[in-house]
Design a binder for this molecule. Structure first.
Ligand SMILES: C[S@@+](CC[C@H](N)C(=O)[O-])C[C@H]1O[C@@H](n2cnc3c(N)ncnc32)[C@H](O)[C@@H]1O
Length: 260
């Protein structure tokens, strides 16, 4: 995951959101902190989900983190529905709730300090959104265990694709077994209806020696794709097959994600 310098394209409100996080000065081992990645997730939310939502849509989010990606996207759209964000980390939840109050978004974004999979039954949502933990490693003894995505990095992503939500927006990394993940989505009845891709540099979490060594191993097994300088992160909008006439872009996305 990339943690390089703040993107120059931030608006004033976004800059404020990021500045607050910096002032709180939590260690990146306490609260997920990757401005480049969170900003890209926010752009994907805005363009692929919130701008296309009808008035009364219900959205559920796995892993809200400090809440800034959803808050940034809400500030740029006229979304009138409700987003329930689930986050295991109590410190991240407090930061997110404080930002939500500050931006007066309490009627649009609610944070639950509980495991996403426990909160599921009661909420038949129109959209499931997530920048899920996707760090591949042999075990979760890494800087931030809650970012562990299983042996190939795709375990939680696949679990989210098994929830059976009609529309799913997920961030998928080129070093977390993207081809098998996309094939799994097809097996679960999904097609890719839209996507955005961004080049990112390996950052704090993915450069941890144990993780980086494991990613190198996955590359030999054709499960990780990256160059010396970058990897691709995709924001992917999945929809259940047959729901409309939109073409399936799965094959095109597999080509993009495995090109490096
Ligand atoms: C990659 S971070 C993304 C945070 C935020 N969405 C962002 O993009 O900045 C993944 C988040 O998922 C949270 N998480 C991991 N497992 C979870 C679970 N079972 N239920 C809820 N949140 C979880 C982690 O604590 C972490 O904050």
């Amino acid at each position: 995951m990339s943690c390089i310098e703040l993107n120059k394209g931030f608006t004033m409100k976004e800059a404020l959101l990021n500045a607050e996080t910096a002032i709180e000065s939590y260690s990146p081992n306490q609260v997920f902190f990757c401005p480049e990645e969170s900003h890209f997730y926010s752009q994907c939310l805005e363009k692929l989900v919130l701008k296309n939502c009808a008035d009364d849509e219900l959205v559920i989010e796995f892993g809200a983190g400090d809440g800034s990606p959803v808050i940034n996207a809400l500030l740029k759209t006229q979304f009138k529905g409700l987003i329930h964000g689930y986050e295991l980390n109590p410190v991240a939840c407090e930061v997110a709730r404080s930002k939500i109050r500050q931006y007066q978004l309490s009627r649009k974004y609610v944070i639950h300090n509980t495991c996403f999979f426990k909160g599921l039954e009661s909420l038949p949502a129109n959209y499931l959104i997530a920048n899920p933990p996707y760090l591949p490693a042999p075990d979760d003894n890494i800087y931030m265990p809650s970012l562990h995505g299983g042996i190939d990095g795709a375990t939680i992503t696949k679990k989210l694709l098994s929830v059976d939500c009609e529309n799913v927006l997920l961030m998928i990394s080129g070093y977390s077994n993207p081809k098998e993940t996309l094939e799994y989505a097809v097996s679960q009845g999904y097609k890719v209806v839209d996507f955005m891709v961004s080049p990112l540099q390996f950052g704090y979490y993915s450069s941890e020696p144990k993780v980086r060594r494991w990613i190198t191993e996955l590359r030999k097994r054709q499960q990780a794709f990256y160059s010396q300088n970058i990897y691709f992160l995709a924001g992917v909008l999945f929809k259940k097959q047959g729901s409309n006439a939109t073409p399936d872009l799965t094959d095109e996305l597999i080509k993009v994600m495995t090109v490096l």
